[in-house]
Design a protein around this ligand. Structure first.
Ligand SMILES: Cc1cc2nc3c(=O)[nH]c(=O)nc-3n(C[C@H](O)[C@H](O)[C@H](O)COP(=O)(O)OP(=O)(O)OC[C@H]3O[C@@H](n4cnc5c(N)ncnc54)[C@H](O)[C@@H]3O)c2cc1C
Length: 317
């Protein structure tokens, strides 16, 4: 659990103390050069006045509505939406959430995702997300507030946040000497809706790849370098995780029967350990083969009991 406002300023300060030059500006456009070694021109506004900057390489880390992605025609992705309210609770209510994060499922809080109460040190974030019913997001937010109403009673909303969440990686994540990372690239995982770790990690892999390929800034890199040092490393490390989480979201979140099956499967200690390790280390945990087989059989058993398999089979035929 973390607060972006705290993490972001920590990262900014650390980058600056390592020699990065910060420019507080709004990027409006990036001009892509027509010749291979010419610079990219980044147009930006500082206090409403226009400026431009010539650079060799661009890392677009500018979120879901990335201007950098638009400038390189990286293609669109479909988006989910997430909505959350930061709520300052009375002390006795906050005590309950001190070491606890809650996840809620059900058609009242989201038709295809989960709702949450996450502790944020001195307040909580209460929110929900949906892919298939974005226009109803406020209704689902009322749903989660209703579910936790006793626990958040007396709380004061201090901030409201709503934002698109990429549903899958963009078709183009590297073009020329421009690379996209984080939400700009579309790196939020299905099932958990986790994007902060993957934004930071993709930024790091990309940055390290550029340092390596440019031999510490001595040589201008090219698209091949970015693909080899960043994209391939990223895909090798995380693509399978994205695929598995995509499948889990489809199987377990889409209906009340699927959610029942998920709760049943998650009662198993082995499943809890595998889930926890995979979540903590950001890769599918290596398990015990015999226990893995038992886990798969148990999951199938739960799904059959909860009528998922038969319903899916009916859809197929
Ligand atoms: C309500 C909600 C709750 C979420 N909860 C979680 C969670 O609990 N855990 C989790 O892991 N993920 C969560 N996510 C997803 C997570 O927030 C994102 O995946 C993550 O923030 C992506 O980081 P990023 O740095 O790529 O993009 P962002 O966090 O969107 O950062 C982009 C940055 O670029 C700047 N920027 C954008 N455009 C320009 C421009 N034109 N010029 C200059 N600067 C610009 C922005 O100001 C911002 O600082 C949540 C998302 C939402 C909406």
């Amino acid at each position: 659990m973390l607060r972006r406002e705290v993490l972001d300023s920590f990262l900014r300060f650390r980058a600056q103390s390592h020699g990065a030059q910060l420019i507080h500006a709004l990027v409006t456009e990036v001009d892509v050069p027509s010749s291979p070694n010419a610079p990219y021109i980044i147009h930006h506004l500082i206090n409403n006045s226009r400026h431009s900057l010539a650079v060799d390489v661009v890392i677009g880390a500018d979120g879901a509505n990335s201007r950098v992605a638009k400038s390189i025609k990286a293609g669109n992705y479909s988006c989910a939406i997430a909505f959350q309210e930061r709520i300052k609770l009375p002390d006795d209510k906050m005590e309950y959430y001190k070491d606890l994060a809650e996840m809620y499922v059900g058609n009242d809080v989201s038709p295809d995702f989960y709702a949450w109460v996450f502790p944020k040190c001195d307040h909580v974030a209460v929110g929900t997300g949906t892919v298939c019913s974005k226009q109803d997001i406020k209704k689902y937010q009322r749903g989660i507030r209703e579910r936790v109403k006793c626990k958040i009673k007396g709380g004061k909303v201090i901030k409201v946040e709503a934002h698109p969440i990429p549903e899958h990686p963009r078709s183009i994540r590297v073009a020329g000497r421009v690379a996209l990372v984080g939400d700009a690239a579309g790196y939020v995982t299905k099932c958990s809706g986790e994007g902060i770790y993957f934004a930071a990690k993709s930024g790091r892999i990309c940055g390290e790849g550029i340092v390596k390929a440019s031999e510490g800034g001595e040589k201008v890199i090219n698209e091949g370098d970015l693909k080899r040092e960043y994209l391939r490393k990223w895909d090798d490390k995380y693509l399978s995780t994205y695929k598995v989480l995509d499948l889990l979201q489809r199987v377990f979140y889409g209906s009340n029967a699927g959610r029942e099956a998920m709760v049943e499967v998650c009662g198993d200690e082995y499943v809890q350990r595998m889930t926890f390790d995979s979540y903590l280390y950001k890769r599918l945990a290596d398990g015990n083969r015999v226990e893995d087989v038992k886990m798969v059989l148990k999951s199938i058993g739960s799904l059959i009991r909860c009528n998922i398999v038969s319903r899916e089979m009916q859809k197929l035929y």
